[in-house]
Design a protein around this ligand. Sequence first.
Ligand SMILES: [Zn+2]
Ligand SMILES: [Zn+2]
Length: 369
Amino acid sequence: MSMDITILGSGSAYPSPHRGASALVLRTEGENWLFDCGEGTQTQFMRSQLKASKINKVFISHLHGDHVFGLPGLLCTISLNLNPQPDQPVSCVDIYGPRGLKLFLRVALTLSSSQLLFPYAVHELETSDDQCPEEGRLSPALTTSGDALHPQERPGRTIQLEPDTDCYNLIDDKQFVVKAFRLYHRVSSFGFSVDEKERPGRLNTDLLKELGLKPGPLYGRLKNGESVTLENGRVLTAGEVLEPPLKGRKVCVFGDCSAPLGEGFKRACQGADVLVHEATLEDGQRDKALEHGHSTPGMAAGVALACGARTLVLHHFSQRYKPEALRRDGEDDVTELRCQAERVLQGSGTQVVLAEDFLMLPIALKRNL
Ligand SMILES: [Zn+2]
Ligand SMILES: [Zn+2]
């Protein structure tokens, strides 16, 4: 099963011709998940190989405009281009994000008289006071959304922090476990970890044929881990004909932060195949980054090191760092940011990748445990 991530916006603060505002898509069979949706994300979709209409889940790290201003418009455009079939029910788009997101979307869609051709539900993560300075906290009076839903809105969950793990449990289905964890920023911010579940290994069909077993229901039983009795009376166990299980992949996407908060990130992101982290400013501007609740490449690399991540993707660059190919003499050099992260990660085996808009990163299957 293929899995990849595509960067739709690698810039911070606002969209520019060189870098869109924050947005990233994780794609795997049948799933298209959008992480953050800055202004202009819908045009970034149009310029990419991806289809916005396929998005079935959205994760919003925090409520700063460069991560959420694109969401009402994107939903409306998806709806405009939708051609629902009368006999096919349209599925609900699940949206996860901080407390306040439900009201933001409801007000934007209601006051603009926007109707959608599909239902949506917002599942809000409860924030804690220590996620940001006092001036960044949103009072419950500001974020209480009441019971009057938008016509296409379905009731969503309120998700509490689990004290044992310092994480939020978002999804646990057949294929994936998705958790969120707390970050420190100027407003409450979150990171997300997507854990693909382990899958049974492939059947050794050559061996089965040698044993005289033709493809059929017995193959399915063996694949499910059952033993079967052959015609000659021999009992064949699944372990004899199944290859080792396929270990699931793990992708972690951090929202804006100057540091993770608590231990949740370590639990959720340990051994990540890909860890996406912001690096708004270079290491030489660490004080300014901290003051604005942001990270530098060195700080991001420290997080990747603590999690034992295999690949660190840096993004959310200040708009003054143009993509390498567009840089003119005397302008800030984005490749310097990669070097700063690499210095911290030296000897760890972690690869550092600089995000550019439309960069697609495949995440390879892990064959053996
Ligand atoms: Zn931002
Ligand atoms: Zn922010």
